[in-house]
Design a protein around this ligand. Sequence first.
Ligand code: SF4
Ligand code: SF4
Length: 277
Amino acid sequence: MADHEDADQEDADDQEADRGGPRDATRSYPGLRLINTAYTPLLDEAGVPVSRIQPFRPVVQPCRLCPARCCRMRVVVSLWDAVRYASRLNIPLLAGITVGSSTHQTRGFRVARDARFAELNEYWSGPAELRLRSSEAGVCLGVVRLNGYERCGVYDARPSACRTYPLSWMTDTRQGGVELIRCPLPYGVTVSEGSQILQDIREGLDGWALHETIVEAWHGHAGDTLPSIEAFLEFAVPRVAGPMGIDAAPLLEHRAPEARLRDAMVDARVVPDRSRR
Ligand code: SF4
Ligand code: SF4
C-alpha cells in the first residue's frame, strides 16, 4: 500500500528481531492463503500471471504509479499496530492515532465520548476504535509529496491494514480482507511478495487477538462506567508495549501535536526540514 520503493530496506527491517509477532508463536491459522482475483492476480517472479486467463493486464508494484488512493480511506488499527506505529516513529501514541466510534462487537472498547476525537456528528454509542489520524480532507497524515508523487512517509511503521492492502485471505474456517479495492490498476502479487503479505496477515491477526483480549479485560476492569480515553490507553498500552520490550511512558504523553509526526518524518529524512532552509 502506498509506496513500495523501500522494498529492499523493508525486507531487511522485517528480519529484525524486534519485528517479532504480537505475542506467542503458538497461534496458527490452518490453511491460511491469499485470495487472488482478477484485481489481485498471482504472478511469478518475472511478473507473468500464474493463471493464463487474465481479463486485465496486471502491474507489478502498482503503488509506484498510484496517487496513494488507499491512504484516503479510514484505517482502523489494533492496539498492537498503534504501539508499533508510535514507537517506531518515537511519537506519543495520540500524535499519530485518533479515536472514533466503533460498531465492532469484540474490538470496540467502551470509553466516554470525547469531543477532541469524535467528530461532532459522529454517532457515539460507547464502543470506540483506534484509527490513523488524517487531515480534514481525509488524507492520512503519513502521506508526503515526493518528486511529484504522494507517498507513505511512515513506511516502516505502517499498520497491518496498510501492509496487506488490497489482499484478501482465507483459512480453512474463515476469511477476511478488504471490502473495497481502490487500486487504479490490477495489483499483481508475486509469489515472494505473497509470502511476505501472508506473514503480515498473521501478525495482524495476532495483533487483533491481543487487542480483543485486552479489551475484554478492560471491560471487566471498567464495569458499567465509561472512563476517559486516556484511562483506557493507560490500562491497555503497557499490556502491549511491555511484552514488546517498549517503554510505554513516552507513548502515553497526552499532548498530541501533529507536529510530532512531521518531526519524526523530518528526523528520518523522509521529508525536508523546511525550517532549516
Ligand atoms: S490504492 Fe493500491 S496501487 Fe494505490 S497506493 Fe494503495 S495499494 Fe498501492
Ligand atoms: S500509514 Fe498512512 S500513508 Fe502510510 S500506507 Fe498507511 S494510510 Fe498510507
